[in-house]
Write a protein of this length. Structure first.
Length: 100
């Protein structure tokens, strides 16, 4: 279940509940696949949209859900106001961790 989506020009945050039987990597793959397919249908032949290979995943408890949703809802303000939370802004690739 998707709780919140927020994005800026170079990355997107998605707050979602992932069922225990679904691997996080599989969930991310499904999200990236479906969204890039939709974007490419919208763009038509004019352009091809592809996601980068890396992603970050953060597990948090029910008590933190509201604050994480609020962070993502106000993502643009965090980036323009230099008030990002570093833990929320990390991604990992096959080469290892990298900061977004």
């Amino acid at each position: 279940m998707v709780h919140q989506i927020g994005g800026i020009e170079d990355h997107v945050h998605v707050v979602a509940s992932v069922p225990p039987k679904l691997a996080v990597a599989e969930c991310v793959g499904q999200l990236k696949g479906a969204s890039s397919h939709t974007a490419n249908e919208w763009l038509g032949a004019a352009s091809t949209f592809r996601w980068d290979t890396g992603y970050g995943a953060l597990s948090f408890g029910e008590r933190s859900l509201a604050s994480v949703i609020a962070y993502v809802r106000h993502q643009r303000e965090h980036h323009t106001g230099n008030s990002v939370i570093g833990l929320y802004e990390q991604t990992h690739t096959k080469a290892g961790p990298a900061s977004v």
